[in-house]
Design a protein around this ligand. Structure first.
Ligand code: ZN
Length: 97
């Protein structure tokens, strides 16, 4: 899959990353239709916050559910979903591969 990856301030690269896998029973895999830059991405982009390692960007998105882990109860494959801080229940850490 293609991903926008922040390597250092003002250094964003489009790279090929491995396809996602269900690792935890609460995971979901979403086929992204559109994603955007979040305000929290601008801190490391501008160098105000450090960049420890290459970090995929675009955690605000909409797309279609492809697969869910066995403990996921509220969404199922084929549904259109929106991922945003406003809809987060904070049970999952920000995912970074
Ligand atoms: Zn965000």
């Amino acid at each position: 899959m293609k991903a926008a990856v922040l390597h250092a301030p003002y250094d964003i690269r489009v790279e090929e990353l491995p396809d996602p896998q269900i690792a935890e029973p609460t995971d979901a895999i979403i086929r992204i239709a559109a994603a955007c830059v979040c305000g929290s991405d601008l801190w490391p982009y501008r160098g105000i916050q450090g960049v420890d390692r290459p970090t995929p960007m675009g955690h605000e998105y909409c797309g279609v559910v492809e697969e869910v882990g066995r403990e996921v109860r509220t969404i199922k494959p084929g549904q259109c979903v929106i991922g945003s801080f406003a809809a987060s229940d904070n049970t999952c850490a920000r995912t970074v591969q």
